[in-house]
Design a protein around this ligand. Structure first.
Ligand code: HMG
Ligand code: MG
Length: 306
């Protein structure tokens, strides 16, 4: 039996949050349906943040009400504060995620508070979410680089990750917000984190600005991480991280992971078709390499003895 990877598709949230033109709730819901039909079983679909700061996510409640995940599939959503958490637990969201930067400058730009204030808010979110029976994820943003402060020391990432674990978060996601992590950086960081946090509770979330997202994700897999984020068609980016590219494309990651012998549960061709559909609908270019290649020349898995 193949070892499973828990693949977290963040396209409807990270993939869309930074688009200037509003995307309708109906189109977002159609995207979610297509992703579930492709086999995605964990989908980060919305953010309960301030609509004044991120207008694209203003329809979080309406979207969650419009989606019917198949049995066993989970819906994740972000919440930056108690207000967001209360909105989220009034919906069917299965997991509520906070995001805390490893640098003060990014914390201020993204959440308009210090790291310590952000951790305090995260603690409130965790209590509300767990009290309502929901799972929790704590993102650490800027694990390698900050758009305002440059290189981020490992101890700064460790400080936030440790605080989130102590606050009771079920899972810690390492966010390479700027997309500059190298596989060597990822390996070094994970070896330090694994001294304190069980690797089963760690996830990776790489943006692809420098083309290293799949390589850094692979380094994380080699270090034992089994929860991996990607966004269909490689869309995405944080509105407060200028110059950063989209997420690792889900098509590329799924193709890589299945090729390594892992079971993602996802049909890569169906994912590729979803990426093509979405980018055509939105008039965007497709940042996945695997998706268009697979659609032009579908190839099947190589037999083990080949
Ligand atoms: P603030 O302006 O300091 O907050 O924003 P405030 O408490 O002063 O509230 C200002 C207004 O927002 C008030 O409304 C509040 O009610 C409202 P007004 O009285 O002016 O009409 N408000 C809310 N409304 C709805 N839902 C809420 C909420 N909270 C306040 N939850 C705040 C602070 C954190 C809210 C704001 O800065 C914010 O929403 N930031 C969101 C930033 C964001 O979404 N960034 C992108 C996601 S993070 C990311 O992409 C990185 C990640 O992918 C990992 C990686 O790549 O590294 C996760
Ligand atoms: Mg992100």
């Amino acid at each position: 039996m193949r070892e499973a990877i828990r693949f977290v598709e963040v396209g409807p949230r990270d993939g869309l949050q930074n688009l200037a033109a509003p995307v309708s709730t109906a189109l977002k819901a159609r995207l979610c349906e297509k992703l579930f039909a492709a086999g995605v079983c964990r989908l980060e679909c919305a953010s309960f943040v301030s609509p004044a700061h991120v207008p694209q996510m203003a329809d979080a409640e309406a979207l969650l009400a419009a989606i019917s995940p198949p049995d066993g599939a989970e819906l994740d959503a972000l919440a930056p504060n108690a207000r967001g958490a209360l909105r989220a637990v009034a919906t069917r969201a299965d997991r509520i995620s906070v995001f805390v930067a490893a640098t003060q400058s990014f914390a201020q730009r993204n959440t308009r508070c210090s790291i310590e204030q952000c951790l305090e808010r995260a603690g409130e979110v965790r209590k509300i979410a767990s009290g309502a029976g929901r799972q929790t994820r704590g993102y650490v943003s800027c694990i390698a680089d900050c758009p305002y402060e440059g290189l981020v020391p490992t101890r700064a990432v460790m400080h936030v990750a440790r605080a989130l674990i102590h606050a009771g978060f079920d899972e810690i996601a390492l966010g390479d917000t700027i997309g500059s992590t190298s596989p060597a950086d990822m390996r070094r960081l994970l070896r330090a984190l694994k001294q304190e946090i069980p690797v089963a509770r760690l996830a990776v979330h790489c943006h692809d600005t420098y083309g290293m997202a799949a390589a850094s994700t692979l380094a994380a897999i080699e270090e034992g991480v089994r929860i991996v984020d990607g966004a269909v068609a490689g869309l995405g980016g944080c509105p407060f991280a200028p110059g950063a590219a989209g997420n690792a494309a889900s098509e590329d990651l799924v193709f890589m992971l299945e090729g390594l012998g892992f079971d993602t549960g996802i049909d890569c061709l169906a994912l590729a078709e979803t990426g093509r559909w979405l980018t055509r609908e939105l008039g965007l270019s497709n940042a996945s390499r695997t998706g268009p290649a697979l659609l032009a020349r579908p190839i099947t898995a190589r037999p083990a003895e080949f």
